[in-house]
Design a protein around this ligand. Structure first.
Ligand code: NAI
Length: 331
């Protein structure tokens, strides 16, 4: 099939080229983001392959449809950035990668938590300057702490198992609790807020979950809680987070996502700087650790993402039942 890949990053191109030797799609790679303005570049391609920060709104979909695109192949789990109603209206099929190494995301969340708690980012910089002082680097034991996991799907469960391994008590909240692991106790959201020393988000972004963590929820949390978000930025009201950090209500935040990230993440702004004062403020806190949507970035996850994406496209081309089609009511 003729496929145009938007927002191509150098780290993934090699995986596409290697794995496509088994699929034989005709692929063009673009570094450009998919937007209503760039959609015309898809003319002549039946499939556009898009990533998390591509803007697949009404205008983009109208344009893609006008230029003859039939399939949007998302190389992500999340599909909150796609106007599914509009896609359906224009008879555009949307597929995604519902599952790939959940360990990649769970382990990155742990890496953030450990770095933030044990101040590894600060220690690294100090030692580089031959500053071997330990002042201000005190952390706490994870052993016997209570971790609240919101969302016990694939990633949340991988996270829960790792936290159990650290000797933590795991509380969980899920709209549809469905696991029977005896080391996890399901509680109400309010109880999770009240008793957790660490809260980690592992749910999709939807109308339901938008700004789940807000002024009110922060006020219900145990003092000195650490927040981890490797799911989607929109789950947290960033302004409320800044207020909570300023008031010292929460001990710190480890974030791999940010609600307005599509303007910045995956690109180099080291020369220009950024205009987003909220992001700049978050970065400025000594107790906030941010990575730029990197949790998925392991060899195993990239292999899984590219394999499933190319298979999804092949199945569409061969008119085989699409197991990874995004349904309009999935949110
Ligand atoms: P999953 O579909 O296996 O699990 C999601 C869980 O959340 C389900 O158990 C579901 O019942 C629950 N849920 C959904 N809406 C909820 C709500 N409003 N309140 C409470 N529970 C709710 O998904 P998976 O694979 O565990 O991924 C979770 C999220 O992680 C994805 O939606 C995506 O946004 C994010 N993600 C981030 C990546 C990164 O690189 N930072 C990479 C991959 C996924």
């Amino acid at each position: 099939m003729n496929v145009i890949v938007f927002s191509t990053h150098s780290y993934e191109k090699k995986y596409f080229e290697d794995i496509n030797k088994f699929f034989h799609h005709n692929i063009k790679f673009l570094e450009l983001q998919l937007t209503a303005e760039t959609a015309s570049l898809a003319k002549g391609y039946s499939c556009v392959c898009a990533f998390v920060n591509d803007k697949i709104n009404k205008q983009t979909i109208e344009a893609l449809s006008e230029f003859g695109v039939k399939l949007i192949a998302l190389r992500s789990v999340g599909f909150n950035h796609v106007d599914l109603k509009e896609a359906k209206k224009h008879n555009l099929t949307v597929v995604r990668v519902p599952e790939y190494s959940p360990y990649a995301v769970a382990e990155h969340s742990i890496a953030l938590l450990l770095s933030l708690n044990r101040k590894i980012h600060k220690a690294y910089n100090r030692v580089h300057e031959f500053n071997f002082s330990l002042d201000g680097l005190t952390g706490f034991d994870l052993n016997k702490k209570t971790v609240g996991i919101i969302g016990t799907g694939r990633i949340g469960m991988a996270m829960a198992k790792i936290m159990n391994g650290f000797g933590c008590q795991v509380l969980a909240y899920d709209k549809y609790p469905n696991n029977t692991n005896e080391n996890i106790t399901y509680v109400s959201l309010n109880d999770l807020y009240q008793y957790s020393d660490i809260i980690s988000l592992h749910i999709p972004l939807s109308k339901d979950s938008f700004h789940l963590l807000n002024k009110e929820s922060f006020s219900k949390m145990k003092r000195n809680v650490i927040i981890i978000n490797s799911s989607r930025g929109g789950l947290i009201d960033s302004r409320a987070l800044i207020q909570a950090l300023k008031r010292g209500v929460i001990k710190g935040a480890a974030l791999d996502v940010y609600e307005e990230e599509e303007s910045y993440f995956f690109s180099d702004f080291s020369e220009k700087g950024i205009d987003d004062d909220i992001l700049a403020r978050l970065i400025s806190f000594p107790n906030v650790l941010i990575t730029a949507h990197q949790a998925f970035l392991t060899h195993e996850a990239l292999t899984g993402i590219v394999n499933t994406t190319l298979q999804n496209i092949l199945d569409f081309e061969n008119d085989i039942k699409l197991i990874n089609q995004v349904q309009i009511n999935e949110n």
